[in-house]
Design a protein around this ligand. Structure first.
Ligand code: NAD
Ligand code: ADE
Length: 442
């Protein structure tokens, strides 16, 4: 068994003795993350991230450990924290700490502790209060970016750029951009096709039902599941529930997404009607106040309520907390008694925080490899050329998006057709890509 370095103390995690377990799972995950391994092989000698000081704020899972290892392998100095109080896999955090990489992540931290982590993750080479600033940010949801902009404007000046993982974080970045308060350029990783059309959709297709099953052991077949929002995450979640035998009802505000849901075979109706039939409710909107007190009051006995969107404001948990008697079945599974005499009860998962990471282990490694290959490419690009970018939000060029997909084909035994010169001319594309215009929607 590896000896743990007892002099390295620049971390806060649950239990360092879990590191060997974490290492074993990281080894398994590496095999399923061909994009990240290919980037190590392609860029390893050049160390394009040498002198990068990356402060990362993203779920501390086994898959993220493979991402962190890759960033370090390419030369970066890294400090890491989770972006959600319930999403950490403690053995993954232990593995990272055992490699002397500063990490601040444990499952079930408080919100105050989360804020403390936001302060710690930026303190590179901290000696008695003197510390160096990060020069790169890797964020998921925008908490770290917002924390820096609001509380550390002097550090923001030293940041070359940020790469942002998720839909909700992009929304925040665009607000900063519109208000002209974005102090550095940003790469929107979410809107790489190989991110949002894979992680958000196919990832949730695997991890949505996984979480509900692990939390409740409920028989899914025959249940009515309501999915709020039919964007990428909603599409994946609805497919997950449908494949498990649920009858799925979708709620939407956007007529295009509503029509897509209908074409996919799902009924579409407002929440106030859908809730009457629901046994399971999953919010996937990235919006706030989607499930409210009037909905709780109409719910069936033991309706399972959860959220798979980034933040916990989709479900009015504050009302439940303030009004209803609560009993905890196990961590992240709570029952609330609704009504004057507590005549009915509902089951809330992960306190309304993203259920697939709170009650299960998030998306599988292969799909996270697609997301994180985009992350690494974005970090390399911004670190090398960030000073040439305006203080705006950019996406990666399509040719890199196609490269990410390419790096994942062999692992799933997929072989491409070869385009002839005449065919390339006929459809007006370059023989070596990109194969679609930027307007193409996939
Ligand atoms: P999206 O914009 O593609 O989809 C959201 C959908 O919700 C849209 O179609 C929108 O019209 C709809 N919507 C908005 N308000 C609504 C309301 N009040 N009622 C019903 N529908 C409403 O976004 P997305 O990429 O699907 O992401 C959704 C959320 O999930 C974001 O917060 C994102 O950050 C998060 N996310 C979570 C995971 C995960 O693993 N849990 C993965 C990726 C993204
Ligand atoms: N988001 C969804 N699933 C994830 C995972 N397994 N690791 C990190 N972030 C995720």
């Amino acid at each position: 068994m590896k000896q743990i370095n007892t002099t390295f103390e620049d971390y806060k995690i649950a239990d360092i003795s879990l590191s060997e377990w974490g290492k074993a799972e990281v080894t398994l995950a590496e095999h399923e993350m061909p994009g990240l391994i290919a980037l190590r092989e392609k860029w390893g000698d050049q160390k394009p991230l040498l002198n990068a000081k990356i402060a990362g704020c993203l779920h501390m899972t086994i898959q993220t450990a493979v991402l962190i290892d890759t960033l370090v392998y390419l030369g970066a100095e890294v400090r890491w924290m989770t972006c959600n109080i319930f999403s950490t896999q403690d053995h993954a955090a232990a593995y990272i700490a055992s490699k002397d990489i500063p990490v601040f992540a444990w499952k079930g931290m408080s919100e105050e502790e989360y804020t403390w982590c936001l302060d710690e993750v930026i303190k590179f080479n901290n000696h008695e209060g003197n510390w160096e600033h990060p020069n790169m940010i890797l964020d998921d949801g925008g908490d770290l970016t917002k924390h820096l902009i609001n509380n550390y404007s002097e550090i923001a000046e030293d940041i070359i750029g940020v790469t942002e993982e998720t839909t909700t974080g992009i929304l925040r970045l665009k607000e900063f951009e519109e208000n002209k308060t974005l102090p550095f350029p940003a790469i929107n990783v979410n809107d790489s096709v190989t991110k949002s059309k894979f992680d958000n959709k196919y990832g949730c297709r695997e991890s949505c039902v996984d979480a509900i099953r692990r939390a409740t052991d409920i028989m899914m077949a025959g249940k009515v599941a309501v999915v709020a929002g039919y964007g990428d995450v909603g599409k994946g979640s609805a497919a997950s529930l449908s494949a498990a035998g649920c009858r799925v009802i979708v709620t939407e505000i956007d007529p295009i997404c509503a029509l897509q849901a209908v074409m996919d075979g799902f009924q579409v109706m407002p929440m106030k009607s859908a809730i009457l039939q629901a046994n399971i409710v999953v919010t996937a909107t990235g919006n706030k106040d989607v499930v409210r007190q009037e909905h709780f009051k109409m719910m069936n006995y033991n309706t399972i309520v959860c959220n798979i969107g980034h933040f916990d404001n989709e479900i009015d948990v504050a009302w439940l907390e303030a009004t209803c008697k609560k009993s905890t079945i196990k961590p992240q599974v709570d029952i609330y008694q609704i009504g004057e005499g507590g005549e009915k009860q509902i089951i809330l998962l992960a306190q309304g925080r993203l259920v697939n990471l709170g009650c299960a282990t998030g998306h599988p490694s292969f799909v996270m490899s697609c997301s994180f290959t985009n992350q690494v490419l974005a970090q390399i690009e911004l670190f090398a050329n960030g000073y040439n970018y305006d203080k705006k939000v950019y996406t990666l060029p399509k040719i890199l998006d196609e490269e990410v997909a390419q790096l994942h084909l062999a692992h799933v035994n997929a072989e491409l057709e070869t385009l002839t010169r005449k065919q390339a001319d006929y459809i007006n594309v370059n023989m070596s890509g990109p194969y679609k215009s930027s307007e193409y929607r996939y």
